[in-house]
Design a protein around this ligand. Structure first.
Ligand SMILES: [Zn+2]
Length: 570
């Protein structure tokens, strides 16, 4: 039995994500986790919320709540939505956990001991009235470029010019409004990534099988300009992992926290500790420590392309730099962006469909199928309501749903709700089995290679093969002359439904569960031998006609949704 460690990029805590975020990491990671479990492999599938940093503080202030309380609430909201989309995490952790705090401090201590952290003095805007250093986003003033009076310390939203807080005219604190700001010297820690450039380069070069999207981004950061730069890993903030050298205080670093990008990926490991501490598992080290059983683990990460630099360079620098036997990622599957109706999804403008809204409109299988079958792999892809309607109506309702409905209803009307006996399989069935055997092998290959769209295409072809068989075998005609032959066709077709329930589960788990219940299946083992799999349901076993698996989307609904999601959410 192979062992698969699978992680999805961890979503930031401030608010509900849109469908583009979902298809860029969590959903394909879930597809792969479900597939590997379906094949009988051992899987640990982890995700978490990314909770530290200035945006969380700002969002909490806006919501009028203490930041810890805000994060706890939003974590529950995101966890509930993840359940709604049937994301089958073994654990959905939190980067603000005690486990991550301790592990982050541990890594910093070890990296410092190995000479991979240096202290740098910088000047930063300080507000005596607030008693704190102000991150760029906490400072506003007049833009020196266009005169806009609410330009932020990092950028002017009016003319888009990138700014430094010192550029602003009449800067003030957005916390207190204080204007007596001053530049003060402050010390920060930098991870000496430049020292590790050669080691990282060798490691990336050894990953010949990685997608071009992943390696091209990594190589750009390694080689462009002066090459890989050292990276600041601390901030003058309250909300975060306090800077410590292991369990010791770090002189000069009092009151500072680690930068969110240092602690967030470490949460992948901490999440597995949370999983154990929650009583869901008993040994996290055999997934993460190559000296404790993780040598045979295959570790796959899923993420959008914007997260690739941190996962190919910064996090590996932390892991490799520690000199400790941690499991490194084996494969990084990255995604381009999903666009929305000729433009971009926009969280700030509420443009596009957000995860909570999607589930209010239709059950998760509809979305899962469309998103995965149109995943932005080789290039960006685009969501349109026309395409969504067409895919759902054709693939799910006409091809799969219709097959299940025709077979089960015909079977019930002629033979009752039991698998009929009698009749033999002939040339048509042999041809079908040969065709399906080839197609399922291709489907497995595509799934093993994480070719998401191609896997969906193959699955759809497998559904269509059943329809074609049923159409040409025509049991409703045959029944009049040769009821035994019709019984054989129906028996095979009921077994095909079982086969579809198993093969489709990674894409549409709810429909798969409905079919499993209808056929009263107690085991769903992967069809390694198609002929044997299609003889699993034996004559005399009972079944029920399931509810309609998928309904069609009407033109009226489509138009309604189109206008509802065109801008500004409530
Ligand atoms: Zn401006």
């Amino acid at each position: 039995m192979a062992r698969h460690l699978i992680t999805s990029a961890i979503p930031y805590i401030n608010g509900i994500k849109h469908l583009g975020n979902l298809v860029g990491s969590q959903l394909p990671a879930d597809l792969y986790a479900r597939y590997q479990r379906g094949r009988g492999n051992e899987v640990l599938f982890l995700c978490a919320t990314d909770e530290h940093g200035t945006p969380a503080e700002l969002a909490a202030t806006k919501a009028g709540k203490p930041v810890a309380e805000y994060c706890a609430e939003m974590h529950d909201v995101q966890a509930k939505i993840a359940e709604g989309f049937r994301l089958s995490f073994d654990h959905f952790g939190r980067s603000s956990s005690a486990q991550n705090r301790e592990l982050t401090q541990h890594f910093a201590g070890v990296l410092a001991d190995r000479g991979l952290i240096r202290e740098v003095s910088e000047t930063q805007m300080y507000s005596p009235e607030d008693g704190r250093y102000l991150p760029d986003r906490y400072i506003e003033g007049t833009c020196p470029n266009c005169g806009f009076d609410s330009a932020r310390g990092d950028q002017c939203d009016n003319c888009t010019k990138q700014l430094d807080p010192v550029d602003l005219i009449n800067p003030h604190s957005t916390i207190s409004g204080a204007t007596n700001l001053e530049m003060r010297e402050t010390k920060h820690l930098y991870l000496r990534q430049s020292e590790m450039r050669d080691e990282l380069q060798t490691w990336i070069d050894s990953k010949a099988d990685w997608p071009v999207l992943t390696t091209s981004i990594a190589k750009k950061w390694l080689n462009d300009g002066d090459g890989l730069q050292d990276r600041g890993i601390t901030r003058d903030l309250d909300w975060g992992v306090p800077v410590k050298k292991g369990s010791e205080d770090w002189p000069g670093m009092e009151g500072k926290v680690f930068y969110v990008w240092f602690d967030a990926p470490i949460e992948y490991i901490a999440c597995s500790q949370e999983w154990v501490d929650a009583g869901k598992g008993d040994d996290w080290q055999r997934w993460w420590r190559t000296d404790a059983g993780a040598e045979d683990v295959t570790y796959t990460q899923f993420m959008g392309k914007d997260n690739v630099p941190f996962h190919t360079l910064s996090f590996p620098a932390t892991i490799l730099g520690s000199g400790e036997p941690w499991k490194l990622v084996d494969y990084i599957k990255s995604f381009n962006y999903l666009n929305y109706e000729g433009g971009q999804f926009s969280t700030s403008r509420g443009r596009g469909v957000f995860m909570d809204q999607a589930l209010e409109v239709l059950p998760s299988d509809y979305w899962r199928w469309w998103l995965l079958s149109h995943a932005p792999e080789s290039s960006d892809s685009e969501f349109t309501w026309e395409n969504f309607q067409a895919s759902v109506n054709k693939d799910l309702a006409d091809v799969l749903g219709n097959f299940v409905s025709r077979v089960t209803k015909f079977a019930r009307s002629k033979f009752g709700e039991v698998v009929p006996e009698g009749g033999d399989f002939g040339a048509q069935e042999e041809a079908l089995i040969a065709d399906l055997s080839e197609r399922i092998t291709r489907y497995q290959t595509m799934m093993d290679e994480m070719e998401v769209r191609k896997s969906a295409q193959e699955l759809r072809a497998i559904w269509a093969a059943g329809n074609e068989y049923l159409q040409s075998a025509a049991p409703w005609t045959v029944f009049k002359e040769d009821p035994e032959r019709a019984a054989a066709i129906v028996r095979l077709s009921l077994n095909l439904i079982r086969l579809y329930a198993i093969l489709s589960a990674p894409f549409i788990p709810d429909a798969s569960a409905t079919l499993k219940d209808a056929l009263k299946l107690d085991e769903m083992s992967w069809p390694d031998d198609v002929a044997a799999a299609l003889a699993t349901l034996a004559p005399g076993e009972d079944f029920a006609v399931p509810e309609n698996l998928f309904r069609k989307i009407t033109d009226e609904e489509r138009e309604d949704w189109q206008s509802r999601f065109s801008g500004k959410r409530d």
